[in-house]
Design a protein around this ligand. Structure first.
Ligand SMILES: *Cc1c(COP(=O)(O)O)cnc(C)c1O
Length: 399
């Protein structure tokens, strides 16, 4: 049973490389015949030798393999790896990022409670808070979130949760994680952060005092645009509470096949992130030099208004950023059509570069916010692609 008794205490002291290769006992496990990658346990249930052992297992649903809407060994393996990387006692994987987010939120609130949430949070998260939870008497106040004063001003006596997403993924604005966590503690509220952009490699909010971290592992962690999944991380107490209730009762479980795919993605996460970070910075610097671009939103750039905060709470940057142009969305959509390497599509975190065009305001003259995701292609090819598309449309200096 060596793969289930992993000890995070010893792992946190291991090198990053060791964490990716050896956490959760990748060392030869005789149960798996030395299989070098985690096998897919394609089982709904697990049988017991004695009735006593069966009843014993029910003492701790999240620690024993009883049923796969609970604890499947392949998913369990991924959860232990993710927990070690994020510096968490526990992780619970879900069918999607939204499965993880809605479960984590539900675990923190009840009827009549109030939530404060950053207004640039992921769209479906905002919809869940503003529309869905309203039906149950839970109210959410959305705020800019860049200053700690805005959180203080929005809090009420019944505020039970501060929901953070830093950076946000269109405007790339940050919240001060240490200050938000300390404030939440002072009013007896919990904090959840969507840490998808930074990945566990570049930001560890639990170490800064945040209670629960969520990721869409669909993005960088999976890394190959081949599966959808999510994870909730934090203390044993809080994550087991999510596992025993929202995970078991809503049933948005990660399948063992997805867990094996994500675990395969994890093996190259440090390598991929190094490349994404360097290419993202190179392309962002180039974009900033283009005459039709008047602002680049990338927390890793010294020109970002919160760059100092970024450097104080993140150890690196990923490769999703946006730029502002006065060219109307219709023009920038034609520009996107001319791109050859960048594909037009939602999501990000895979090998392929992507582009989306958003209106910066209500009128076409307000211009556009173009979001670029820099994949694993050569940055020189991507820069050349951006330039040829601009030349084809004669996108020159701003009119
Ligand atoms: C994609 C995404 C989500 C949702 O994840 P799914 O896996 O698509 O459910 C949540 N937050 C952020 C920042 C995302 O980019």
């Amino acid at each position: 049973m060596s793969s289930t008794d992993n000890n995070n205490q010893t792992i946190r002291n291991a090198s990053l490389e060791a964490q990716f290769t050896h956490v959760a006992h990748d060392a030869v496990d005789t149960r798996h015949h030395g299989a070098i990658h985690v096998p897919v346990y394609q089982n709904s249930l697990f049988a017991f030798e004695t009735y006593e052992a069966f009843e014993q297992a029910f003492q701790s649903l999240m620690d024993n393999h009883i049923y796969s809407r609970g604890n499947n060994p392949t998913v369990d393996y991924l959860e232990k790896k993710l927990a070690a990387l994020e510096g968490a006692e526990r992780a619970k994987c879900f069918a999607s990022g939204m499965g993880a987010i809605s479960a984590a939120i539900m675990s923190c609130i009840g009827a009549g409670d109030h939530i404060v949430c950053v207004d640039q949070a992921y769209g479906p998260t905002r919809e869940f808070l503003s529309e869905y939870l309203n039906r149950f008497g839970v109210e959410t106040t959305f705020i800019d979130g860049r200053s700690i004063e805005s959180w203080r001003a929005a809090a009420r006596p019944n505020t039970k949760l501060l929901y953070l997403e830093s950076p946000t993924t269109l405007h790339f604005q940050l919240q001060d994680l240490r200050a938000c966590a300390a404030f939440a503690r002072s009013i007896g509220a919990r904090t959840i952060i969507d840490n998808t952009w930074a990945t566990p490699l570049y930001q560890n909010p639990l170490a800064l005092g945040v209670d629960l971290v969520v990721h869409s592992v669909t993005k960088y962690i999976g890394g190959h645009s081949d599966c959808v999944g999510g994870v909730v991380l934090g203390s044993r107490e809080l994550v087991d509470a999510v596992g025993n209730k929202e995970y078991m009762l809503f049933g948005a479980i990660m399948t063992p096949q997805t867990a094996a795919l994500v675990a395969k993605g994890l093996r190259t996460l440090p390598l991929r992130m190094q490349r994404h970070e360097a290419s993202g910075m190179a392309v962002a610097e180039h974009v900033r030099s283009l005459p039709f671009v008047h602002q680049v939103n990338h927390p890793g750039m010294a020109s970002h208004p919160q760059h100092e905060l970024a450097a104080s709470q993140m150890s690196g940057s990923s490769s999703l950023f946006s730029f502002r142009t006065s060219a109307p969305p219709a023009t920038m959509k034609l520009w996107a059509d001319k791109l050859q390497y960048f594909r037009i599509g939602v999501s990000w975190g895979g090998f392929e570069s992507l582009v989306t065009v958003n209106a910066a305001g209500k009128q076409p003259e307000d211009g556009s916010i173009v979001r670029l995701y820099i994949g694993l292609e050569s940055p020189q090819d991507l820069i050349g692609d951006i330039d040829q598309a601009a030349e084809a449309l004669s996108l020159g200096a701003e009119s």
